[in-house]
Design a binder for this molecule. Sequence first.
Ligand SMILES: [Zn+2]
Length: 306
Amino acid sequence: MELVTQSVTVNSIRDEVRIVCMGCIHHGAAGCDEKLADQWYDYILRKPNTYVIFGGDLVDSIHERDPRYLDEEVAPWTYGKKWGGTLIDKQYHYALEKWRPLAEAGKILWIHAGNHEWKLKTTSSRDLTLDWSRELSKISVKAGFGEVPYAGLSALSNLFIRNRDHTSSYRLTFFSNHGGGGAQSDGGIINKAMSMLRVYDVDVALMWHVHRKAHQGSPMWSLTDNGKRVRRERLAAVCGTFLNGHTEGVGSYAELKGYLPQLLGPLVVHIKREISRAPKSDPKRSTHYTRIFVSDAITTEGQEET
Ligand SMILES: [Zn+2]
């Protein structure tokens, strides 16, 4: 478990912040929807107040000597020497180049390892996530932003959102992890997501791994330190994949296990600080709360969010 502290700057404290939760991308696998991933990288880069959390399984991390390796499961861009020497070296550099512009723009909040990177770490003594975190940090710091924190398999994180002149700020707390286990039923997936909110006292809980998209909000009424009623929004989300397990001409793990076809793409967590006067009907209500909601508008290539 890692502890991460990050901050982002907005013009006005009420400006909406978007966090694109991108994991299970599996760059290097034949079924990875590279165009869709590119579209989201571009979206994050272009859109103000928009950031990314990387949720692990970012590259497929399966090399030629791995018992899971199959020729037909490897993406055509890994042929030849353009991206490096070994398959893992190619995947490392390919992903790094995809993310370089994001690091230069200070857009990466933190980066997780998934079970695929972890397997490589435990069997081949190479920690791709740590290597990326180091390299992306250098790029980001050089461009005048903070580091790109290594978030391991799971992390508790503070995200401070501040306005430009630092007169106002608020904090959002996260538990995020690549996740594990084999939940596949609709109910099982939501139960797994909501169980994170039961044991981690955070605003947002994120997981990947099951290659599904699902989320549930859990609003609460609470009391502030000075005794006012306050609305607290919480969110648990399972954040999707970019790996199409049913690609034509490719046999896959998804087929082997009988997994159903899924919508691809990430979930986007939206954060909006609401500041208003307490209503006449409830004068003791706190005037501040943070609205947290989800969208996943771009799910296939060629679709644009409006
Ligand atoms: Zn995955």
